[in-house]
Design a protein around this ligand. Structure first.
Ligand SMILES: Nc1ncnc2c1ncn2[C@@H]1O[C@H](COP(=O)(O)OP(=O)(O)OP(=O)(O)O)[C@@H](O)[C@H]1O
Ligand SMILES: Nc1ncnc2c1ncn2[C@@H]1O[C@H](COP(=O)(O)OP(=O)(O)OP(=O)(O)O)[C@@H](O)[C@H]1O
Ligand SMILES: [Mg+2]
Ligand SMILES: [Mg+2]
Lengths: 258, 258
């Protein structure tokens, strides 16, 4: 059966897209069948996989119940990895969805047929840097939440905000089944005290929730999107690629032994 | 008279807050009277200046016309620098403002009395990482726009989006007076090809609009917020502090000779 995992954090630039793309690729390289949904109007996950956003090509119309998600699924240059791309107009969807009935469950409803299809092992969703309607819909549709967390002070400050919101949606009945699957530390530079302090702080406050794999700061990771490739294909033996492959292994292992 | 300058870029984590706080401090150190408005519900500029967000302490009620901005202004530990702090509830304001009359000009109207007060030379506004109602209000209220741009591929992709929106608001009559004051490159690491390529690309596409000062990646910059200080006070002779002081000088110089 298919698990829906969302990559969310309202803090900007913490590595949501980079983790969504490279975790999706890492899982696909291990022969899991993966669908990545780009829910960010910036469409970075889309261009990061070498796909050009097209008007009407995103999940926008499906969120309004006018089209099916299945029609938007495209193959990518990565075997076993499929994509529902984003488009700029998706930003306009926030206002339209807010006015629709059942506005928090539009995504959950749109993805239901994809879950039932049984074609994918993992359905990952990349979220925009806000806690607006699109991210709320992702939280309402998710089985699990993975929070990419940059090893920085401002990023640490925002962690409690999204966790509190997840709890509210869980206990409030919007999504009783959602669980925090884990926190993955990104752009870790072991030479700085700040990075080590942030990791220690998160380990202390969220024991058992932080992945062992720390994603290092690595310029090859930030170069890969301009080639439309995950770093695991752009430079397979670079520290960044090795880290994301290790993360994919750890992600699967923890999934099997929670 | 007072100039309203906004720091905006929908791409997350590009240095909007860091630039807002350190430019504000740099201008204040040069004896300009500066008011910084934190328009991001994350309240990073607020905590970056050592101020704790308080319920009702932000511009939220003033955007709905229920209270005055002047009542929210606080002094900071930096001479000549004053702050209108943010609060978490500001996120809820987006929905409420969207339903209000004249919803794009709520901020402009709220700031009008502050402009007329004549107490500040510069009014800076830190924006959230989105092009939602709060950032739209900032674009409608601004005299000038400064875009912090991280030297990364994804950041470069998003540049045309905010510029197009600014043009639409300008020609569409929402804010005929807004001008792009400049683009400041942040987290520049001269050792990487990517950073140099991004700078060259921006220089080629936006001649005359990119500040000469390149803000280097510097861990002291990212440590400063945890001490509630701008880097210009936290470590005044560090490369990051020197760069932001140089940026403040260049900002003033270009303002005088556009
Ligand atoms: N481990 C890393 N090492 C170096 N650069 C990285 C790393 N992870 C991400 N980056 C770069 O940092 C920037 C921010 O990452 P990314 O865009 O994935 O964050 P995000 O959280 O998705 O941002 P947004 O909030 O805008 O959606 C990008 O330019 C990306 O290429
Ligand atoms: N020049 C720099 N060198 C090193 N770190 C920096 C630099 N500028 C900003 N940072 C750090 O990078 C992170 C992102 O910067 P910042 O929060 O200012 O960006 P932002 O655009 O305001 O983010 P958001 O989109 O979430 O509002 C922060 O943790 C900050 O401390
Ligand atoms: Mg992203
Ligand atoms: Mg910010």
């Amino acid at each position: 059966s298919c698990t829906v995992t969302i990559l969310a954090n309202q803090k900007g630039g913490v590595g949501k897209t980079t983790t969504a793309v490279n975790l999706a690729a890492g899982l696909a390289h291990r022969k899991r069948r993966v669908l990545l949904v780009d829910l960010d109007p910036q469409a970075n996950a889309t261009s990061g996989l070498g796909v050009s956003p097209t008007e009407g090509g995103s999940i926008y119309r499906a969120l309004l119940g006018e089209e099916k998600v299945i029609e938007k699924i495209q193959a990518t240059t990565v075997d076993n990895l499929y994509l529902v791309p984003s488009e700029l107009d998706l930003a306009g969807a926030e206002v339209e969805i807010a006015r629709a009935d059942n506005y928090l469950h539009r995504l959950r409803e749109a993805l239901q047929p994809v879950r039932e299809l049984g074609r994918y092992d993992d359905l990952l969703i990349d979220c925009p840097p806000s806690l607006g309607i699109l991210t709320m819909n992702a939280l309402a549709a998710a089985d699990t939440l993975v929070i990419p967390l940059q090893c920085e002070y401002y990023a640490l400050e925002g962690l409690s905000v999204i966790l509190r919101l997840m709890e509210q949606l869980k206990t409030g009945g919007v999504n009783p089944g959602i669980e925090l699957e884990g926190i993955v530390m990104t752009m870790f530079d072991g030479r700085t005290n700040l990075a080590r302090q942030v990791v220690e702080e998160v380990r202390a406050h969220f024991p058992g929730k932080i992945y062992e794999t720390l994603i290092p700061r690595s310029v090859r990771i930030s170069e890969a999107p301009s080639h439309g490739l995950p770093v695991t294909l752009y430079d397979p033996h670079s520290p960044g690629a090795l880290a994301y492959k290790a993360f994919a292994r750890e992600f699967i292992k923890r999934r099997l032994n929670p």
